[in-house]
Design a protein around this ligand. Structure first.
Ligand SMILES: [Zn+2]
Length: 179
């Protein structure tokens, strides 16, 4: 399965060079303010719902979330922007986010001000945030072993059984298991 772009009607590689419009769209989204929370910007277009899924946000707890999808961007071809009110991301969440959206920018907003702005950084290894899908893996048994993955160019590899989970599509995100 090819994941989120399955129904997109073909990718448009054309660059219409409309820089002004792109900058305006970028700007417009940035100035729509939330009081407290996190703005996740520069998520690859179409992955916003995947990011929410990984963060365990489905709206059932009353979270206030605004999403812009496939917004024209000059850094990415198109991007998604998520604004999650009254929520700051944990280290574990940032680690997983770095795997599925390496170009993402995180803005922490407090009392309408951006109090912290940073890029996610890709760790060399992640531990305890993704579960290994291999039922024979030592981490799947009763041993007190935290699932640990080496971060590859694309995806991650279990350090115990070498199972690889891809960065694209569902496999990596399906096994994200944060706190
Ligand atoms: Zn494994």
């Amino acid at each position: 399965m090819s994941g989120p772009e399955g129904n997109a009607g073909g990718r448009d590689e054309r660059d219409d060079g409309n820089e002004a419009t792109e900058t305006d769209a970028d700007h417009e989204l940035r100035v729509t303010k939330i009081r407290n929370g996190t703005v996740i910007d520069h998520v690859p277009g179409g992955l916003a719902l995947t990011v929410l899924g990984v963060l365990g946000i489905d709206g059932s707890a009353g979270e206030v979330v605004s999403i812009g999808m496939n917004v024209p961007s000059d850094r990415l071809d198109r991007k998604d922007v998520l604004k999650i009110e009254n929520r700051e991301l944990t280290r574990d969440e940032l680690d997983v986010l770095s795997l599925i959206a390496p170009a993402a920018t995180i803005n922490i907003v407090r009392e309408y001000d951006v109090s912290g702005k940073h890029r996610v950084d890709r760790p060399e290894q992640v531990s305890g945030v993704i579960s290994c899908p291999n039922p024979d893996c030592i981490t799947a048994g009763n041993e007190p072993v935290s699932p640990t993955f080496d971060v590859l160019e694309e995806g991650v590899r279990c350090v115990y059984c070498e199972t690889i989970l891809g960065a694209e599509g569902a496999s990596l995100t399906e096994h994200a298991d944060i706190g």
